[in-house]
Ligand binder design. Structure first.
Ligand code: GDP
Ligand code: CA
Length: 314
């Protein structure tokens, strides 16, 4: 079986840790909207979150970056008056960005670079950036600032309300042929419980992705990142509010839409806490069910992935 997952960073990584335990060939189309240039280095936060988590080298306490990390280079850059006081990059992590940037400078596409980097470990899945083009998510705040998403999220902790999100460069961009083929050739497409706006939404905004999802014969099933009216982790509610969607599992499903009505989803899995919404979702054209959605370890994530598959295999 071929499974293609659409994913952002941390929620995506936790989910994919489970999906790779299934007996399947797994491709992961990863959000690149958070990518940024920092002092000449290309940083890809979501790709690296997934790569490190699958390689078993991520810092599970902090929830991001590498385990056993040091910050000597950042400290030294600060002495030069350079660096990014709001975006901590450890030494091991910086080596990743140096390696990536040097391969990009040699002319490789981000897809090829990602393949080269992830060949270091047996990740058990194929990581596919959603696009090789530089399309960066910017936030226009209610008080008129225009910030890179990571700056808004990490430096300001989303303090200023977002008026809208902009995919800068999207008019000239394309989804990669590899990502489109992974969607077209899949037996099932899963939307990870990732941020619906700036992770999944950003992937969907790339030219080619929505029509690939519409055209694929594979059923498309999503797992809710919202449990009991709250985000499990992070500030995704701030993003949902900006696009006028409630922090509610069923509201997110309706935002993606039922495929029979021209939307994206054949199925939607909610947490037991949201079981009351299942009947309404079924009535609106979604194959829906409730189960525990806390991804506490890889075995739990695998169980959740199986429950998502079961929704469309009946
Ligand atoms: P980011 O790119 O690092 O922000 O990560 P993602 O976009 O992949 O995922 C962020 C989302 O993951 C948040 O909206 C969380 O609610 C969701 N999330 C994190 N952990 C869990 C979990 O254990 N269960 C579920 N259902 N969602 C989770
Ligand atoms: Ca992200």
């Amino acid at each position: 079986m071929r499974i293609t997952v659409l994913a952002g960073g941390v929620g995506g990584a936790r989910f994919v840790r489970g999906v790779r335990e299934l007996d399947a060939e797994v491709s992961v189309v990863v959000n690149t909207g958070d990518d940024l240039w920092l002092t000449g280095l290309r940083v890809c936060p979501d790709l690296d979150s997934i790569m490190y988590a699958l390689a078993g080298v991520s810092d599970t306490e902090r929830g991001w970056g590498r385990a056993g990390e040091t910050e000597r280079i950042s400290a030294e850059l600060a002495e030069w008056g350079l660096g990014w006081p709001w975006f901590t990059l450890g030494d091991l992590d910086l080596a990743t960005h140096i390696a990536r940037t040097s391969l990009l400078r040699e002319g490789l596409r981000l897809t090829e670079v990602t393949e080269r980097l992830s060949a270091r470990w047996p990740l058990g899945v194929r990581l596919l950036p959603a696009t090789d083009d530089e399309v960066e998510t910017h936030v226009v705040t209610a008080d008129g600032q225009d910030l890179h998403f990571e700056e808004w999220w990490v430096r300001t902790r989303a303090a200023a309300a977002a008026r809208r999100f902009v995919q800068r460069g999207v008019e000239r961009a394309h989804a990669t042929p590899e990502a489109l083929a992974a969607i077209a050739d899949a037996d099932v497409v899963l939307l990870a419980p990732s941020n619906p706006v700036v992770s999944i939404g950003t992937i969907l905004g790339l030219p080619g992705i929505r029509s690939a999802l519409r055209d694929t014969e594979a059923p498309v099933v999503g797992v809710s990142p919202i449990i009991g009216g709250a985000v499990v982790r992070g500030m995704a509610d701030a993003c949902l509010a900006t696009i006028g969607v409630g922090t509610d599992a069923a509201a997110v499903a309706r935002h993606y839409g039922a495929r029979r009505d021209g939307g994206l989803l054949d199925g939607w899995l909610v947490d037991d806490a949201d079981a009351a919404s299942v009947a309404g979702l079924r009535g609106s054209g979604f194959a829906a069910d409730a189960t525990g959605l806390w991804m506490t370890d890889a075995a739990e994530s695998a169980r959740i992935a199986r429950a998502a598959l079961a929704l469309v295999s009946r």
